[in-house]
Each structure stands twice: as C-alpha cells, then as structure tokens.
Write a protein that binds this ligand. Sequence first.
Ligand SMILES: Cc1cc2nc3c(=O)[nH]c(=O)nc-3n(C[C@H](O)[C@H](O)[C@H](O)COP(=O)(O)OP(=O)(O)OC[C@H]3O[C@@H](n4cnc5c(N)ncnc54)[C@H](O)[C@@H]3O)c2cc1C
Length: 466
Amino acid sequence: MIAPSEEVYSSLRGRFKGDLLRPGDGGDYEDARTIWNGMVARSPGLIARCADVSDVQNAVRAGYEHGILAAVRCGGHSLAGFSTCDGGLVIDLSRMRQVEVDPEARRARIAGGCLLGSVDTATQKAGLVFPSGVVSHTGASGLILGGGTGWLTRRFGLSCDNVEGFSLVAADGSVVRANSKENPDLFWALRGGGGNFGVVTEFEVKLHPLTSVVLAEGLSPDIRPLLECWRDFMAEAPLDLKWNVDLRLAPLTNKIPVDLRGRPVASSSLIWTGDPEAGRPYLERALSMCRPDSVSSRVTSFINLQTMADFDFPHGRRYYTKSGYFANLDDSTIDRILEAVNTIPSSETQIELAYLGGAAGRVAATETAFGDRSAPFIMNLLANWPDAAGDTSNISWIRGVFNRLRPAMKPGVYVNFMSGDEQDRVPEAYHERWERMVAVKTHYDPDNFFRLNQNIPPRKLAAKSS
Ligand SMILES: Cc1cc2nc3c(=O)[nH]c(=O)nc-3n(C[C@H](O)[C@H](O)[C@H](O)COP(=O)(O)OP(=O)(O)OC[C@H]3O[C@@H](n4cnc5c(N)ncnc54)[C@H](O)[C@@H]3O)c2cc1C
C-alpha cells in the first residue's frame, strides 16, 4: 500500500513552487522537521514548504483528498508541538515572510509565515509597531490566531484586537476573506480561535507609532511584599505601564548580586510607553520593592525590547507549561505560589505573572473569540530544562503546582499557553463562546482537516464523542 504522504507528494510534484521534503532527503528535511520544543521530535512523511498562496491551496487540496493527518506551521513555537506530526503532512509557511507597511495609513499586510522579528523590523522602519509577543523568533500566525499578549497589550490591546482582515485557505482549498464586512463570523472566530478554521496566508493589521520605551528591571528576594504591592498597584496603573513578574531562581551570572545568585527571587520587568518623565513616579514606586543593588532603568529601542529575551528560550530545549487566570491574587494564593517557588526544580523554570487589563480588558467579551478578558491575572508555569533526564521532575512539578493552585483560578485558559495533553481544557478556554465556535468550525472545516491545534470539533464529530 502507498503511504498517504507519497500520494500527496506525487500529486504535488511538478506543480508545487516551494520545497517538498521527505525523510531521506538529508539535512534540509532534518532541519525542517525540528520545531522549537525539544520534547516534540516527530517525523512527518512530507513537509510542503509553500512559496505562495497557490502552493498552500494545492497542499490543502491534496492533503484533504488523500485523508492525511496535516499540521500547519508558521514559527514552529507551539508549546504543545501542534506544528508537526508523525508520518503526515506539514504545510510549512516559513518561506512566506513578506511584510508590506503603509506608513500613511498605519496599516500592514503580514504574510502567514512571518516571525515576530520580521514584523518588528519592517514596521520599525516607519516608526510604527504591531503589538505582539516578547520573543522575536516566535511565529506571528500562531501567536495572533490564539490572541497574542506582550509588552504593548495594555496600551494597544491583544494582537488579535489589532487585526482588521484575514485571508485564509479553507479546508476545500478555496481562498476566503474575513473582516468586519465579509464573513464576519469567521472574522470573530479567527481572533482567538487558533488554527482551527484554515491556513491564514495574510493578516491586515493596524499599527501604532512607537520607537522606544523606558525599561526598568529589578530583583526582590522578599517575594510576598512584592506580590502584594504588584497586585494592588496594577489595579490602578495607567495603560502606559506594563509590569511583569517572573518567580525563579536568580541566574548565576555576574550581573546578579552575589548573595542572590541561585536564590528564589521575584524578577520584575517594567516598561513605560509614554513620556519618560510622566512615568518616573510609577517606575520608582515599583522599583522601591526591589533590592537597590539589582535595579536598573533606561530608555531602550523597541527592537531591543522585543529581542532581549530571545536567548532565554532557545530552540531545542525541553519545555512544558500550564496556565490559568486569577480574578484576584488573594493571600492564600500567594502562600501557594511561595511554596511552589521554594521547590523549583531547574534554573530556567519559572512562574510568569502578567496583569492584563488596559486596552485588552476594554474589548467586550462577545467581540472576539479570545477567552476571558475579565480576570486580569495570567499565570504561566513554564518549565525549561536541557535533557530527557529532567523530564519527570519538571513535568511533575508543573502538574503539582497547577493542581494546588487550580481551585483558586477562574475557569478559562489562554490557548497559546497550553500544552499538548490539555485537549479537555479547550471548551473551558472558550466557555460561553463554545457553541458559536463549533458552528463556525462546522461551516469551514466540517471534517476537521485542521485538527492539530487546540481543537474545536465540528458538529458531527462533537456529537460522536459526546
Ligand atoms: C519562546 C516563546 C515565546 C512566546 N511568547 C509569547 C508571548 O509573548 N505572547 C503570547 O501571546 N504567546 C507567546 N508564546 C506562545 C505562542 O503564542 C504560541 O506558541 C504560538 O502558537 C506560536 O506561534 P507559531 O506560529 O510559532 O507556532 P506554530 O507551532 O507554527 O503553530 C502554532 C499553532 O498555530 C497554527 N498555525 C500556525 N500558522 C498558522 C497559519 N498561518 N494559519 C493557521 N494556523 C496556523 C498551527 O497549526 C498550530 O496549531 C510564546 C511561545 C514561545 C515558544
């Protein structure tokens, strides 16, 4: 019997403009099959690295006809590893990285294979920004489709809030446009619904003027008072201020005061996007909670801000995550968090805390498919370790901490911070939006061709599994 991947290969060969890579093709295939999370090592039967929209259409049609398992890839940063598969087809958009900026209109067209870095480089040439994530090698498509949080979320909203139109290749291979006038239900679902509805080949987005920010950083070994201050302070903070707190073991580097190295600390990173003088009192108040000898504050370029964490999350290490929202960070939740910090199993593993609110919190819950905007505290438990020997301790630490904190969480989860073993939480992510999501999925992908994602089953499959 011929493998489906060989059938798809035969059908595409001769008319495909990009690269068709199969096992045995050597280095190119080996490079193309690896994704960011080293925990997920799979061997697709065929990687179709598309050169343009017609390649995407042909790959989708051929994959659909031959009933092959298909993964779609932009930056390959899915924490869950959804952008690869064993034996199936990977529709890889990494050759489609064009960004067209219209400086006058403050708009851009972003192709479906862009990394955040390609977007930032192009938009900054015009002194403009698109609000996205905090690591420049992350793919723009996966991030935007799931929602997209980052440094500018409080000032300009989620990434998906800044999308005005999508071009998508649907499961039948047709090109569909979605915006406020054309296919508005699909437009709604694509802003938070992940890769469920088809392959997005282009995003039309709004941009905002910004070229630099004030960046302030500091460490606090006294974690409880810092968290209490942060919790109360952020409730009243201006939109220009973003304050992220990572709870971790302080790095063993020269930059860190000697007595803090290797100790549990709260690592604060703040930015101020407005007039630096106006931000000074806010930043000083926040930094007063940190050890004076660990504090720094400076004006930095937007590009520097967007790339400064790139080396903290390298390709190929092993990562595992669980995430949730809190409506309040009450004292007993802080107790549980402190217990967790004292048992962190590896030097790069951390509890990331961010406060949403701001512009993202002002968008009505019904306006987009993105999950909860009302619970301002997002917690992401992110374990990061070098080799398989650390799998058990890191994964079980994340699961244990999550289970202990879960009763205090508000139901809901940000889909882009989920791992691959959490499909049962997908309805929780969309809660009151679930039925509408199923209806849109059923219309655009009735056979669930696009299923390697935080999956919303179409009606007939949802009925079978219930
Ligand atoms: C180092 C790192 C930093 C991160 N930082 C942030 C952050 O600051 N803010 C934040 O919100 N999230 C962040 N994330 C999470 C990130 O948003 C998700 O991992 C996201 O899925 C990555 O997108 P990608 O295109 O790289 O992923 P991929 O692995 O390529 O794809 C992820 C999912 O999206 C689908 N998909 C990809 N491209 C398309 C497309 N063109 N059309 C349709 N479906 C598509 C895939 O099928 C898959 O289901 C980060 C992740 C990592 C690894």
